[in-house]
Design a protein around this ligand. Structure first.
Ligand code: GLU
Length: 411
């Protein structure tokens, strides 16, 4: 099943419970605008290389469209369309004044030099600058992109439209970024994990955690949870995983990865296992924080964790999701679990417009407040309607978008 089909199936499950009519479903499922562009660059050796870029602007009923820009070789229109729709729901679930969008370029980041990546990013802005804007659609980091790409976007956009720091979020702190944006998604995952444990009556010090993926999200989630006394027993990158039942030294792992092109290869103090073995560990909490579609009908029977926190977008395929639900596994869905990033993006964007910045403590405090409200709302709705948390989160998001659509008189 492709990504957008999966998102649609979750959508219909929630829409059924809301008795949503077909015409409103069609409106909600159709993107406002989908753009595919050619992105040709000159390689460092003088050759020309052509990439395909996408921006899907899903919905703006609740505000300007918001969502990351992904550089990954598996990016295609279907995936970006699905992720854009998830952004519409994510911003609605945490109740920040945005719609949803997503962008991507199909590129193997490791094959390009930093200068080539800069050219690629700027050429993409050349191709889409007239359809984005601080009040229209605001990109941000996603898989394969980070603060420096955002700085290039701001700079390139400014060449067409003048100085506009609010065109993009996740910028370097020195260039109109906000302290705490980089850690925000991982920290939010950590906050949500602790809230889930508390609702289940479990103590962090009695909790073991396995985290798949040690990029920005996985590493910050690991750090936060270890500081909160959870035992992080496994972490991984795309080459394999490190497992230590006594607990991984997360800060050592972060230092190792930083010194080794973000890889854990060669990290001591842990046994080397595969990513599949990590997913199948007998831990209390499993956090997929890497790519989509890692828990499927094929490997779902091996999953032992009773709690799964979706730090990545779409890590569980619907066939597997249904089986895990039947088994009573608690799944905190992506649109809630990883919403910390876009929440701090909102703080950054709002403050860019006022030329004012909060300090890190304030950012963390406000992040906690926004995420707590969203968590409580989804958890309570799930108990009230006796549905999985994903369905409850989708119901909440869909209702908020539908309400804004009706109020604005768009239909
Ligand atoms: N790419 C992140 C996400 O999937 C962040 C989006 C943003 O900050 O706009 O939520």
């Amino acid at each position: 099943m492709k990504a957008f089909e999966a998102t649609q199936s979750y959508f219909h499950r929630a829409a059924d419970l809301l008795d949503m009519p077909d015409n409103m479903r069609r409106l909600a499922l159709t993107a406002k605008r989908e753009v595919q562009v050619q992105v040709p660059i000159e390689r460092d050796n003088g050759d020309v290389a052509t990439y395909i870029g996408y921006r899907v602007q899903h919905n703006n009923a609740r505000g300007p469209m918001k969502g990351g820009l992904r550089f990954h070789h598996e990016v295609d229109l279907d995936e970006v369309r699905s992720l854009a729709m998830l952004m519409t729901l994510k911003t609605a679930v945490v109740n920040i004044p945005y719609g949803g969008a997503k962008g991507g370029i199909a590129v193997r980041v490791r094959d390009l030099s930093r200068r080539e990546l800069q050219r690629l990013t700027r050429k993409f802005v050349d191709a889409i600058h007239d359809i984005i804007g601080p009040d229209i659609d605001i990109p941000a980091p996603d898989m394969g992109t980070g603060a420096e790409h955002m700085a290039w976007i701001m700079n390139q956009y400014g060449k067409y439209h003048g100085f506009s720091p609010g065109i993009v979020t996740g910028k370097p702190v020195e260039l109109y970024g906000i302290p705490g944006r980089e850690e925000a998604t991982g920290r939010g995952v950590g906050i949500m994990t602790l809230k889930t444990l508390s609702r289940l009556g479990r103590k962090p010090q009695d909790t073991t955690v396995a985290i798949q993926g040690f990029g920005n999200v996985g590493s910050h989630a690991a750090k936060f949870l270890q500081e909160a006394d959870c035992r992080v027993v496994a972490v991984s990158d795309h080459t394999g995983a490190c497992y230590n039942p006594a607990g991984i030294g997360v800060m050592d792992a972060i230092r190792h990865a930083n010194a080794n092109e973000k890889l854990l290869t060669g990290f001591c103090g842990a046994e080397r296992i595969s990513n599949d073995e990590l997913l199948a560990l007998d831990v209390d909490v499993l956090i997929p924080a890497a790519i989509g579609g890692v828990i499927t009908a094929e490997n779902v029977d091996s999953i032992k964790a009773p709690v799964i926190i979706e730090a990545a977008n779409e890590p569980i395929r619907p066939e597997a999701d249904a089986i895990l639900d039947d088994r009573g596994v608690i799944i905190l869905p992506d649109v809630l679990a990883n919403a910390g990033g876009v929440t701090v993006s909102y703080f950054e964007w709002a403050q860019n417009r006022q030329y004012y910045t909060w300090n890190l403590d304030r950012v963390r405090q406000e992040l906690d407040r926004v995420l707590s409200q969203a968590f409580e709302a989804v958890w309570d709705l799930s108990r009230e309607r006796d549905t999985p948390l994903r369905t409850a989160a989708f119901m909440l998001g869909i209702q908020r978008v539908a309400k804004a659509t009706m109020l604005a008189g768009l239909v």
